[in-house]
Ligand binder design. Sequence first.
Ligand SMILES: Nc1nc2c(ncn2[C@@H]2O[C@H](COP(=O)(O)OP(=O)(O)OP(=O)(O)O)[C@@H](O)[C@H]2O)c(=O)[nH]1
Ligand SMILES: [Mg+2]
Ligand SMILES: [Zn+2]
Length: 359
Amino acid sequence: MELKTLGFDQWFQEKRIEAQRPDCTVARVTAVYRDSYLVRNENSEILAEAAGSFVYSAESSVDLPSVGDWALVQYHNAETFAIIHGLLPRKSFLRRKTPGKKIDYQMIAVNIDSALIVQACDSDFNLRRLERYLVMVNEGHIEPILLLTKSDLVSPEKLEERIAEVRQANIRCRVLPLSNVTGFGVDQVRQLLEPGRTYCMVGSSGVGKTTLLNHIIGRDLFETNTVRASDGKGRHTTTQRQLIVLEHGAMVIDTPGMRELGNIGVSSGLEESFADIWNLSKDCRFTDCTHTQEAGCALLKAIDNGTLRPDRYQSYLKLMKESEYNELSYVEKRRKDKTFGQFIKTVKKELKKKGNHLL
Ligand SMILES: Nc1nc2c(ncn2[C@@H]2O[C@H](COP(=O)(O)OP(=O)(O)OP(=O)(O)O)[C@@H](O)[C@H]2O)c(=O)[nH]1
Ligand SMILES: [Mg+2]
Ligand SMILES: [Zn+2]
């Protein structure tokens, strides 16, 4: 196998030269464990550890190796073990904000060409969640593809309806319906995966990501999430992100289902995901229009005359608000949080005065 087959193209070749580490070779990170990694090159896939100096120079966890990274490594012990000394710049990334107040990101995977956003056609289907995924994917400079699984659980009419809903929301990515039970659509997914390109599956737990991957591989390589009859709880749910190379050369990263995406903290992805609204807003009278009450707001006007759907407008505003908060500087955030803290204090005081001793 050549490095090219693993996605090492001209772009990475240049970055490798710029890195000026002739003492290292390159290998792709295929899995991340607590203190170690799996790295793969043209010959093997072996365990690796990060060099202390490299770990200490990292400013945050985002700078440490992620699944999909191209690492600068040195091989030891007859090439059975490797040390990672650095990373090549990333071409694209999938990240999400970690839950909690602190503005911190968690890398899901990097150097992805296309994201396979997986939603089931049954009750899991949710346009708002889909929009969030699209923002995340667009922000990371990745092509989105929507896979609608479990088509066997809905009528053909319902399936058509789902796809129509996606189109009505102005989502223009490729949409592929499929069923892991009947096999419908699985071949189309297989054909879509091109050799040398990296795909990352994202979506809620239980939508059938791992089942699809097993289906594509042609055997049950990975354990899937079966629901126990006794307590209704799932098991064998994916806990690890892993990059696997398919027989015909495409690479797929399976990820554990995400419970929630958290705040998105971006606006670049918003601009692309809501291109229709973005373009409309250029016609607002005021450049700092908040699109909520201003006279001459093009969005409000579009809702009035029926060219903009109110639910799409609402989710845009909601995501916009989250991203604006995230783009405040640290000091501004502290101030906002402090004001909120003071507000809580005042409320507590008031309640105390009224004789509520629970506080
Ligand atoms: N009816 C139906 N069931 C499916 C389909 N695809 C997967 N399932 C079932 O859904 C359950 C969950 O599938 P998984 O592949 O483990 O889901 P996952 O997305 O990998 O879940 P996490 O690893 O938790 O993120 C399993 O019981 C599958 O058999 C489908 O197309 N139709
Ligand atoms: Mg899984
Ligand atoms: Zn406006």
